[in-house]
Design a protein around this ligand. Structure first.
Ligand code: KIV
Ligand code: ZN
Length: 513
């Protein structure tokens, strides 16, 4: 029998630490349901002690998700660990993930602790956690820049205290594949009880090598758990990408000789959901989930693929869920068909009222766009006017005029706490004019950090435009997303969505270390 590689997804914890990627509890639950459909072994649902909002998110996910192990991060102290255990009470399988930094730099400058103090705190914490939950992961933060002899002492000690998984992160993305693989290998050889725990890798992507480093940790180092995120989401340059690591292990099973539980047909839907929820757009040439990942432009390639697919394709698009991109509904589809498709996509509406609003939006869209794809439905239900937990800002209507040689002008009607306002402005282009028209009344003082527009589905100018707007104000960064066949309207929706997040009272503070 071949060995299993455990897939530990940390999109909802480490991924959420990206500026602007913070999510509400309901958004996290929706993604957790998709991760369960994807069959990830472990879902790191958050960092329960970091805020009440994150505690509630971990608790909700632990109460609802039954097929994956649910994990909460905790610093190596009793308060954090007890809070994690409390949030995880409803889980079928719970894991506490406790960590402390072990590199000389982090111990001295960040923690102000001696190595002996760190060792004692690590032991105490794992002992305490082990009395609350049976499945304990210990991480040596900045492990790769730690001194091997000291790290081996810490790891041996925490395994004796009951740690069942040992994770050696490359916290700052400094590693090189061969060196990281050998680091894990040597460490395992130095720790006398290393066979009593599963070894795990957790790599950041600062030098673009997170996936390669993780795979080297598996192949050379013997790790049997990989920590990763959907789309490689994460702080700075991100984390190891789940879809890349999983498809590498599956496609090159001849080399790795390992199995993964993942239902790969759920990869693209998961990627779409995370990107739509966080506003982090997937680059078109991104491996596995980028829009061009399976597109062949050159004549020689197209000819080859038509003659024999494996001339230029090492994976099948449908195996990673691209076939989910199919026409599902149209203008004549009824409410029941719509409801059924929502169910198949794993979307649970809070009330019949929400289904009615979503259905009305769907009909509006179907009037303007003949083919409705799964991606359109996902965008539609993410629209705040459908899910709206009483959002502050909402779009009512938009009119704009642009003509060659003339300065574009826009008139936007929008609501603020239910009251209607009209703004009119001109600008460099229709989008600029529309956002200025909104700002005329709102005066948010926010700085626009990013504006991007993408087609939701490929292959037709009929596609909806999906706009992402990133705003920064008073140290907070948020992403707003809006979709519409008219990209000026999508831009106004995205802008209002970002303003809603900036001013939201719903807790969406990302768990931060
Ligand atoms: O990158 C890191 O070191 C982490 C740990 C907390 C596991 O995210
Ligand atoms: Zn990390």
């Amino acid at each position: 029998m071949s060995e299993q590689l455990i897939i530990f997804d940390t999109t909802l914890r480490d991924g959420e630490q990206s500026p602007g990627a913070s999510m509400t509890r309901d958004e996290k639950l929706r993604i957790a349901r998709q991760l369960e459909r994807l069959k990830v072994d472990v879902i790191e649902a958050g960092f329960a002690a970091s805020s009440n909002g994150d505690f509630e998110s971990v608790k909700t996910i632990a109460d609802h998700i039954k097929d994956s192990t649910i994990c909460s991060l905790a610093r190596a102290n009793e308060r954090d660990i007890a809070r994690s255990a409390e949030a995880l009470k409803g889980a079928n399988r719970a894991r506490i993930h406790t960590f402390i930094a072990t590199s000389p730099l982090h111990m001295e400058k960040k923690l102000g602790m001696t190595p002996e103090q760190v060792l004692e705190q690590a032991k105490r914490s794992v002992r305490f956690a082990r009395n609350l939950v049976g499945d304990i992961e210990f991480s040596a933060e900045d492990g790769y820049r730690s001194e091997l002899g000291f790290l081996a002492r810490v790891v041996e000690a925490v395994i004796k205290e009951g740690a069942t998984t040992i994770n050696i992160p490359d916290t700052v993305g400094y590693a090189i594949p061969e060196l990281y693989g050998n680091f894990i290998k040597t460490l395992r050889e130095m720790v006398p009880n290393s066979d009593q725990a599963i070894w795990s890798v957790h790599c950041h992507n600062d030098l673009g090598m997170a996936v390669a480093n993780s795979l080297a940790g598996v192949k050379i180092g013997g790790a049997r758990q990989v920590e990763c995120t959907i789309n490689g989401l994460g702080e700075r340059a991100g984390n190891c990408s789940l879809e890349e690591v999983v498809m590498a292990v599956k496609t090159r099973r001849d080399y790795f000789g390992l199995d993964v539980n993942i239902d790969t047909s759920q990869i693209v839907p998961a990627s779409r959901m995370v990107s739509q929820t966080t506003g982090f757009v997937v680059q078109p040439n991104k491996a596995v989930v980028g829009a061009n990942a399976f597109a062949h432009a050159s004549g020689i390639h197209q000819d080859g693929v038509l003659k024999a697919r494996d001339t230029y394709e090492i994976m099948r698009a449908e195996d990673v869920g691209w076939s989910a991109n199919k026409i599902v509904l149209g203008k004549l589809s009824g409410r029941n068909a719509f409801k059924q498709r929502l169910k198949e996509l794993g979307i649970e509406m809070e009330s019949e009222g929400e289904v009615n609003t979503a259905f009305a939006k769907f009909k509006e869209l179907a009037d303007r766009k003949s083919e409705i794809f799964d991606e359109d439905i996902l965008a539609l239900v993410s629209d705040e006017s459908v899910t709206a937990a009483k959002e502050q800002y909402g779009l009512v209507s938009l009119a704009q005029h642009s003509e060659t040689g003339e300065r574009p002008r826009a008139k936007v009607v929008f609501t603020v706490d239910g009251k209607e306002f009209t703004g009119e402005a001109d600008g460099n282009g229709p989008v600029d004019a529309s956002l200025k028209a909104i700002e005329q009344h709102v005066n948010s003082g926010a700085e626009l950090l990013l504006y991007s527009v993408n087609a939701i589905t490929t292959g037709s100018t009929e596609s909806q435009g999906e706009v992402t707007v990133r705003l920064q104000h008073s140290g907070r960064v948020v992403n707003g997303v809006g979709a519409d066949p008219d990209i000026v309207v999508a831009s106004a929706k995205a802008y209002l969505s970002a303003l809603n997040k900036l001013h939201s009272k719903v807790e969406r503070v990302a768990a931060q270390l």
